[in-house]
Design a protein around this ligand. Structure first.
Ligand code: URA
Length: 468
């Protein structure tokens, strides 16, 4: 018997599955249970798990993503099915490509259902404002069918970084206080703010009018709308009350909009518009500067909107903040030399930073650089994600650990990741040394080696960006 800590305990499943598969334990002799699904964490597990296998198991690249999604499904058989698949993959490495295989189909269906529900949760969670002792907090109620709440938390943290919020669900509740994400037990609907759709709740009124404003009658297909917004979610959505009158009035509005050519919500967003918007960013406290000294503003990325290569640094330094341009100080000059040696023209590259305000402390009259903290990097991913979404680079160079966190959303060390290009949601990621690190290395030989490594990594990035 394998007892997992939670219904979404992917790490626990992976560890147990590797050990079991290493010892070739037959799937039908394994009973998978979860502590929060009624299993007893302190029960005698019967037989101890086999030791770590001596060799890594071989799985195709697509397997971890597939398993991570499928495991969130509420189907109690999922753990065993995935384990069976893992074992079969050892003998049949191309099994995932066999779309007719019943096991592959079943697991893909589980993963697809989960991904679709995650997408729905991103779109349909609606916050209502409540006031508690610490001021205002936004609370939402949601009823997912699968174990997706933890998996969606990062999305809401990024979207609503500067708000205090809670998402209550029957299985688990999550809370964000602006800096830390915490969990508590599941809730029931009565604990969420009352569902008063009477129209006097200012926030709901706002949602309704927002929905009206993005509603585009020219693209109205009721079937599609119902598919995108299944009826069972409607009960939590204030804007659902707006749907019937909107459908009814669609034809008239379509005529008006055709005359206006493009609905405002459809106007393409551009990097320039994003840069302007970012100037008033209040997602973290860095915009205020430090010790009563303000920053020069938000230093946004720059470069051609169709650049295939993107370079992400840490944050603007003192000189960048004065000139309001990325990588123009000493680190920027070293980067320029490295780009030159790698035969990359800086003007063809989009250069940006994980954090867009200069973080510093005052020492006398000097502003001394401070490394941004993880919540600041997380908050600023709101902008970086959008830059990536608009640019869709083929390759992204991550200069230093902060850039790795900004791009991947996870902690990572250049030392461990250098020289191993990774697959990102968008294109290939290449981690390398930050030019400021190369500048700081005290001994000449090590500095020269670090510079040569930086150049080599930039060359790899150039090739990845040029690949079709
Ligand atoms: N260091 C960075 O990470 N970015 C800059 O823009 C300048 C220095």
């Amino acid at each position: 018997m394998v007892l997992l800590a939670r219904e979404d305990d992917f790490d626990g499943w992976r560890d147990a599955a590797r050990r079991l598969a290493g010892a070739r334990v037959s799937p039908d002799t394994v009973l998978w249970q979860t502590a929060d699904g009624g299993g007893d964490l302190f029960a005698d597990p019967g037989a101890a798990l086999p030791p770590e296998p001596a060799h890594d198991l071989r799985v195709p690249r697509a397997f971890p993503d597939l398993a991570e999604s499928a495991i969130l499904h509420s189907d109690p058989e999922r753990f065993g099915l995935l384990y069976t698949l893992l074992l079969r993959l050892q003998q049949e490495p191309r099994l995932l490509e066999d779309a007719a295989d019943p096991l592959v189909r079943r697991i893909e269906a589980l993963a697809k259902t989960v991904r679709r529900e995650i997408h729905k949760m991103h779109a349909f969670v609606r916050f209502r404002e409540v006031t508690d002792d610490d001021g205002s907090r936004f609370v939402a109620w949601f009823e997912p069918d699968h174990h997706i709440v933890r998996a969606t938390a990062g999305f809401f943290v990024r979207r609503f970084t500067s708000m205090r919020w809670s998402i209550l669900t029957p299985e688990l509740s999550i809370h964000w206080d602006g800096f830390t994400l915490t969990e508590s037990a599941g809730a029931d609907r009565a604990q969420a703010p009352a569902e008063d759709l009477g129209g006097d709740d200012a926030l709901e009124a706002l949602w309704v009018s927002y929905y009206r404003s993005i509603f585009n009658p020219a693209r109205l297909k009721v079937g599609m709308m119902v598919k995108e917004m299944p009826r069972r979610y409607w009960k939590n959505l204030p804007e659902a009350q707006a749907i019937a009158p909107l459908i009814a009035g669609a034809q008239g509005r379509e005529a008006t909009m055709t005359a206006q050519q493009v609905a405002p919500a459809e106007r393409p967003r551009t990097l320039g518009a994003l840069a302007e918007e970012a100037q008033s960013c209040r997602r973290c406290p860095l915009w205020q500067g430090s010790d009563g000294v303000a920053t020069g503003g938000c230093v946004f990325g720059e470069g051609p909107g169709d650049a295939k290569l993107m370079i992400v640094g840490e944050q603007p330094g003192d000189e960048e903040d004065r000139q309001q341009r990325a990588f123009v100080g000493p680190a920027g000059q070293l980067l320029d030399r490295a780009l030159d040696e790698a035969q990359i023209e800086r003007g063809t590259v989009y250069v940006t930073n994980a954090v867009k305000h200069f973080k510093f402390v005052m020492r006398g009259k000097r502003r001394l650089h401070q490394t941004p903290a993880a919540p600041e990097v997380t908050a600023c991913r709101w902008w970086l994600d959008q830059e990536i979404g608009l640019l869709r680079p083929r390759a992204t160079v991550m200069l230093g650990n902060t850039a790795i966190r900004g791009v991947t959303g996870k902690a990572g060390a250049v030392g461990a990741l250098r020289g191993k290009p990774i697959t990102l949601t968008q294109g290939t990621g290449i981690a390398t040394y930050h030019p400021a690190y190369v500048l700081r290395v005290p001994d000449k030989d090590t500095a020269e080696r670090a510079f040569a490594d930086l150049v080599a990594d930039l060359r790899v990035a150039r090739l990845a960006a040029d690949e079709v």
